[in-house]
Design a protein around this ligand. Structure first.
Ligand SMILES: Cc1ncc(COP(=O)(O)O)c(C=O)c1O
Length: 379
């Protein structure tokens, strides 16, 4: 079946007892056992529940994985993946990674003996140079948040295979509709489902999708031991969001491209970072490994003051953290999502004080352009 068909039907079979087309929300913590030692597939909601299983089946199919597990947030999912490692082991991480991953690794997991090196994974020589005898994993975000750097997943996967390393890819920005890292040789995909998979900004969630049964068994053990699985209502919301993922992504992509072109032609904008533009340094790699360019973009206004004026003058775009919803969100990473990065690191990786991030929604694009135009006039 095609992607949109799978997104609508996998895990969403009508309820056998009533015929309800939408599977019910199993808002229960425990399951009655008919006799000692027997159950009907579920015993306690921390371990598993039907809404979680349904969503996990759908996600595994959409990403082309063996199994998926869904978590309370993207960060809980990413934390579970790093727990596959043992103290003393080393991970190579994309340099311009999401600020929360930078905080988790450098402020928390280092205290448990894990080692992390940050490097620009868009350059293969950097990845090779960062390798150490204790390196076990490469963690890639592509495109990166918010610098939109693209890593060639297949090329890094070949390197990972050569050195027997696990390759993890954060696929949040594109969703499986536009990019399928497992098919390019990655072993694990992570998501913040809070973003495009849910798509409606009404719950948080995370996912780990696995290609190898061995990793899957360990991730499930970590999830049920730590109790970080996603709750029934939130699984229902993400499952509902996924049913329209294909149509939403098509519209996100069209709006993203139109706004990127508008901004690139605007005299007050110094630079636009959008992989769909020919001016993007990894435009060719993006064209090859992605089915679309998505709707995340960043642009530089040259300083904090002009950025502040823009953010304070937009009317339709909402000033907010997060991304991937139907509504357009605008933010200033240096002060918001990436504030946990030291200023010198932000500077080094190109998160300048004037770099504005847009998560382009699926409103009428003329309305979005008119809003940005009037706000830019006040800059
Ligand atoms: C690329 C990326 N990965 C992971 C996360 C973390 O996800 P969550 O906020 O659901 O914990 C985010 C959040 O913004 C993100 O942008």
């Amino acid at each position: 079946m095609g992607f949109a068909t799978d997104a609508i039907h996998i895990g969403q079979e009508p309820d056998p007892s009533t015929g309800a087309i939408v599977p019910p929300i199993y808002q229960t913590s425990t399951y009655v056992q008919p006799e000692l030692g027997k159950n009907k597939g579920y015993d306690y909601a921390r371990t598993a529940h039907p809404n979680r299983r349904a969503l996990e089946r759908c996600l595994a199919k959409l990403e082309g994985g063996q199994v998926a597990y869904v978590f309370s947030t993207g960060m809980a999912a990413i934390d579970a993946v790093f727990r596959l490692l043992r103290p003393g082991e080393h991970v190579i991480v994309s340099q311009a990674v999401y600020g929360g991953v930078f905080r988790l690794t450098t402020k928390l997991l280092v205290d448990f003996g894990l080692e992390f090196s940050f490097t620009d994974t868009s350059c293969l020589e950097n990845v090779t140079r960062a390798m150490k005898p204790n390196t076990k994993m490469i963690y890639v975000e592509t495109p990166t948040n918010p610098t939109m750097i693209i890593t060639d997943i297949a090329a890094v996967a070949r390197l990972a295979a050569e050195h027997k390393l696990t390759l993890v890819v954060d696929n949040t920005f594109l969703s499986p509709y536009f990019q399928q890292p497992l098919a390019l040789g990655a072993h694990i995909v992570v998501h913040s489902m809070t973003k495009y998979l849910n798509g409606h900004s009404d719950c948080t969630g995370g996912a780990v999708v696995l290609a190898r049964p061995d990793d899957a068994e360990k991730i499930y053990f970590i999830q049920r031991s730590a109790g970080t699985g996603l709750a029934p209502m939130d699984c229902f919301l993400v499952s509902r969001g996924i049913k329209t993922l294909a149509v939403r992504m098509v519209q996100h992509n069209a709006n993203g491209m139109a706004i990127a072109k508008f901004l690139e032609a605007h005299p007050k904008v110094k630079r636009v970072l959008y992989p769909g533009l020919a001016s993007h340094p990894q435009h060719e790699v993006a064209r090859q490994q992605q089915r679309g360019f998505g709707a995340m973009l960043s642009f530089d206004l040259g300083g904090l003051e002009p950025a502040r004026r823009l953010l304070n003058n937009v009317k339709l775009c909402s000033l907010a953290e997060s991304l991937g919803g139907v509504e357009t969100l605008i933010s200033l990473p240096a002060v918001m999502t990436h504030v946990s990065m030291p200023p010198e690191v932000r500077q080094q990786i190109g998160i300048t004080d004037g770099l504005v991030r847009l998560s382009v929604g699926i409103e009428d694009v003329e309305d979005l352009i008119a809003d940005l135009d009037q706000a830019l006039a006040k800059v």
